[in-house]
Design a protein around this ligand. Structure first.
Ligand SMILES: CC(C)(COP(=O)(O)OP(=O)(O)OC[C@H]1O[C@@H](n2cnc3c(N)ncnc32)[C@H](O)[C@@H]1OP(=O)(O)O)[C@@H](O)C(=O)NCCC(=O)NCCS
Length: 157
């Protein structure tokens, strides 16, 4: 298994991974999604913009055999805390996805570890992300050492 940065030629598969990810998230109790086409366009634009910005990282996981298809993705970017807080650089994870048939083989962990390495090299002391309360991915994050820092609370009006 190797990890490599996403390229323009990977837009279709990368956007597919991101769409699959939010479908899974929505199925687990998230907000209702817009239609497929709008989501596809939004992810394509955001991936293209990610390719152009050095503060943004998108890595693909791929089997080492030649011509093999990517099987996972992580997307991260560098952010600053709100101006009210002492200046500090934070690595934010926007997305992580591993194809269902390849899960529980350590690929997600390797993707996160590579993103964390990159974040450290860029001067980040911490990494943050959001996950829906009912998403099994929260167990994955806990296994990687994440702890709840703040809670978003909602109620019906
Ligand atoms: C979350 C996800 C990326 C994990 O990828 P993965 O390659 O299966 O993760 P790993 O194999 O590296 O798992 C590392 C450890 O995390 C924990 N873990 C991973 N998935 C888990 C699950 N579904 N339930 C409980 N623990 C889990 C385990 O401790 C695991 O170690 P183990 O297999 O030795 O027990 C993958 O399940 C996925 O793509 N989910 C759908 C997309 C998604 O929800 N993304 C997050 C959006 S916030």
């Amino acid at each position: 298994m190797k990890l490599r940065p996403v390229t323009k030629g990977d837009m279709e598969i990368a956007s597919h991974f991101l769409r699959e990810m939010i479908q899974e998230m929505a199925a687990g109790g998230g907000d209702p999604l817009r239609d497929e086409m709008e989501i596809h366009k939004w992810f394509e634009q955001s991936l293209e913009s990610a390719l152009e910005h050095e503060d943004h990282l998108v890595l693909l996981a791929q089997n080492s055999e030649p011509d093999s298809e990517p099987i996972g993705l992580v997307e991260a970017s560098l952010t600053e805390l709100h101006p009210l807080f002492a200046r500090r650089r934070l690595l934010h994870i926007h997305a992580i996805y591993v194809e269902p048939g390849y899960r529980r083989q350590g690929i997600g962990r390797q993707l996160m570890q590579a993103a964390m390495r990159w974040g450290r090299e860029q001067g980040c002391a911490q990494i943050a992300l959001s996950v829906l309360a009912g998403n099994p991915a929260s167990k994955f994050y806990e296994a990687l050492g994440f702890e709840v820092f703040e809670l978003e609370m909602r109620r019906n009006l």
